[in-house]
Design a protein around this ligand. Sequence first.
Ligand SMILES: [Fe+2]
Length: 379
Amino acid sequence: MTGFALTAPNRTIFGRGCRVTAADEIARIGTRVLLVRGRSVAWVDELAAELTHSGCCLQVVYSAGEPDLDDVRNAVAFARGHRAECIVSVGGGATVDLGKAVAGLCVSEGDVAEYLELGNASPRQLDDPLPFIAIPTTAGTGAEATRNAVIGVPEREAKISLRDPRLLPNLAIVDPSLTDRSPKGLTLASGLDAITQLIESYLCNRANPVTDALCEANIRPAMAALHGLMVSEDARARDILSRASYLSGIALANSGLGIIHGLASVIGGKGAAHGAICGRLLASGLVENAEAMKRRSMDVSRFEKVDAWLADALGSLGASGASVLRRFIDFNGLPSLSDLGIADTEFDNIATLSADASSTKANPVMLKHSEICRILRLA
Ligand SMILES: [Fe+2]
């Protein structure tokens, strides 16, 4: 039997309404708090007031989209100036990643770039991170359950991970009600990110019995919940998607991903939104991977299961799940690659770069350049 290791946030509080415990939980961890937040979630003002009331000394950093090196440098300097004892992120995946990076780097002396997986030399080791509390307000990246923060490196037009097991949050507070009434486009792209993470973790070459169990139990319900949310708001569907997102983070952190996230890391470096890229590449990634494996006489039974789950969740049991998924994303207006600013002429270069991406290394089959190009063309 193949062995495995398992990592997850030190502690998780999950449930509709559990945000009411946040201020007390945070105050128990540290009283000099750096709060990293997006601008759109009104509840953060309430949390800030409660933290102050609980005796915490608070400073706020606003996250403006997916963080790049300078965003991280500025926020780290701010956290050090505040003598922060803990970092709290409330927001989407980018906000959680910024807070996670600040927690990781606040005590370490080097520049953020020295700690990134930039390819050549091994990255420098972090000193012990500050305690980090993640409170996600979207259901998508699962960053509240992962050990990496994705940072944009503009001079390379790439997104690179700051990765360390100690970056796992000390506490994840996942309250699905924070995602209620999120805009349809954001719900679609984020939900497809979580679903892609579950699917790639399930199919990847490092899947283990625990990640299998998480993925098998959640792929179909998550797709069905997302399908329902494209029609009408539904608290139960929000709950299912938040759970799927959180568990997708645990799954990917303990197994791996695949070519879709490998391509997304390259395309995302050019500024396109992560969830939309994953959703746009999911159907063609599944089809091309399965075809490539059949050509090499490899077992594709997991692909057949995933395809059937997708078709069932989208109300077309017996049809091709990949085809139904394509119709679903087109009908609901997910941007195309060209809408995301990616021209056909860039496919060749994107395919070359994606072969070296860390996510690609867990893909269930080593794809040829022409096979990766075909995923992009079919998308
Ligand atoms: Fe993702």
